[in-house]
Design a protein around this ligand. Structure first.
Ligand code: UD1
Length: 429
């Protein structure tokens, strides 16, 4: 557990970098077990979800090393096909080992995944997709077991909702079959494109990644001696720095990002009165004008939905800005409709929120005030840090989740002038 101590109200200025994408690297780290050989994943963020996943790989029999931003995994020998409950429950993406193990060993067993409490997170779509592929899947109260006998036939998979994790699991399982699999209703997030690119690097044939219809022709086995793959930038980390800059900065340049992946976030901030410059060739986004130069205006309605809409993971991040903007805003989340856990904590900082079954209404006030708040999930915690950076005085954010998705957060923010440090904290009830 950590406590972040922020002395807010300082002007953020200068250069900051986003790391590799958390949600892209995690399924890719599952995918490395398809290849009987050594894989090096570059731009791998050093975050706790990655360390949990590397431990899962060790538990399966892989040799694993993380040096700087390169993870090296030797998956020549996979000894086990079972993910232990104590590992599976630590992150959501442990569920993608189901598809990966089915492709490598033909069978898989895992306890149910964990992850942030941001709403209902069932896995029925994953299970049904695997069944559509002819895989035998048995779910019990404590675990899911799956086995495949045929590695040559493909099939058609229909996802009733474009679930990111279910699309990843289906891709991973399809990559282990030499038949052709069609995935209809697939998620189109950049992280799916990244996983498909990795699978193509090792020899799968994939068309349509990034659209709702993906076609996969895999292989019964993969044997590449050395594979190198570089993970795409983290669009939500980028959005976090952009929001912090908009709330408390001037002339903040974010490097190592893909502006095209967060266009709806940039669009909402521009509607609020920010001036933002993007350079896709240079992989930079610069916040030229933000709340420092005049109070931001409400953008009206913000609706989080599947890509390419405004991302649900950036939904909590905009709340501190709406709370201090002129006018009334309304926020709805079509992916996780109850994802407003930070509302109560941000109220302690003066935010005027009312939550209904339709979403969150925000009545803007001139500024937020410092307070002691608790973060109970990753992006809610990041939202409170953004709020703390913009509010004058001492804010503390206590919780153990922020390190799941942000590597060297305090160090990076100090690089643009923030006064923030983290200290260990044990007593959160
Ligand atoms: C991933 C991301 C998470 C992001 C989310 C939506 C990772 C590790 N996490 O989570 O950060 O917020 O995508 O962009 O990549 N659903 C079902 N049944 C299923 C699966 C999902 O009903 O079997 C529903 C969920 O309840 C939710 C919606 O589908 O309402 C989206 O979930 P999904 O896209 O699967 O999210 P995750 O893959 O868990």
């Amino acid at each position: 557990m950590l406590k972040y101590i922020i002395n807010g109200g300082r002007v953020l200025r200068g250069d900051i970098s986003a790391g590799g994408s958390k949600n892209a690297v995690l399924p890719i780290l599952s995918a490395v077990i398809l290849n009987r050989g050594v894989t090096r994943i570059h731009n791998c963020p050093d975050i706790s979800d990655v360390r949990i996943t590397l431990n899962i790989l060790r538990s399966l029999g892989c040799r694993v090393d993380l040096t700087g931003s390169t993870a090296e995994i030797d998956a020549s020998d996979i000894i086990f096909s079972k993910i232990r409950a104590k590992d599976a429950c630590k992150c959501r993406s442990s569920i993608t080992f189901l598809g990966a193990l089915l492709s490598r060993t033909g069978k898989a067993e895992t306890a149910y995944p964990g992850g942030c409490s941001i709403g209902k997170r069932p896995i029925d779509i994953h299970e049904n997709a695997l069944r559509d592929m002819g895989i035998n899947v048995i779910g019990s109260a404590s675990c899911i077991q799956a086995e495949r006998t045929d590695r040559t036939s493909g099939g058609s998979v229909f996802l009733r909702f474009p679930s990111v994790g279910a699309t990843e699991n289906t891709l991973l399982a399809a990559a282990g079959s030499s038949g052709t699999t069609h995935i209809y209703g697939a998620a189109s997030e950049p992280e799916i494109v990244c996983l498909a690119e990795y699978l193509m690097t090792i020899g799968s044939e994939i068309q349509g990644a990034g659209t709702g219809h993906i076609t996969v022709r895999g292989r019964e086995s993969y044997e590449n001696d050395n594979v190198d793959y570089t993970v795409c930038p983290d669009r939500i980390e980028t959005a976090t720095y952009l929001m912090a800059a908009a709330a408390a900065g001037s002339g903040v340049r974010i490097h190592g990002c893909s502006p095209a992946h967060i266009l709806p976030v940039i669009d909402v901030l521009c509607e609020m009165g920010c001036e933002i410059e993007t350079d896709g060739d240079d992989n930079t986004i610069t916040l030229v004008r933000g709340a420092m130069h005049g109070r931001l205006e409400s953008p009206g309605i913000v609706i989080a939905d599947a890509y390419p809409s405004y991302p649900t993971d950036a939904q909590p991040l905009i709340l501190p800005l709406l709370a201090a903007a002129k006018g009334v805003s309304f926020v709805a989340d079509r992916i996780f409709p109850e994802r407003f856990s930070c509302a109560n904590e941000l109220r302690k900082m003066g935010a005027r929120f009312s939550v209904s079954k339709y979403g969150l209404t925000v009545k803007g006030r001139r500024s937020l005030k410092s307070a002691d708040v608790i973060s109970r999930d990753l992006r809610a915690g990041a939202a409170m840090i953004i709020a703390g950076l913009s509010a004058c005085g001492r804010t503390t954010v206590t919780g153990g989740f922020i390190g799941r998705g942000y590597g060297s957060l305090c160090e990076k923010l100090r690089g643009i002038g923030a006064e923030i440090r983290e200290v260990p904290y044990q007593n959160l009830s």
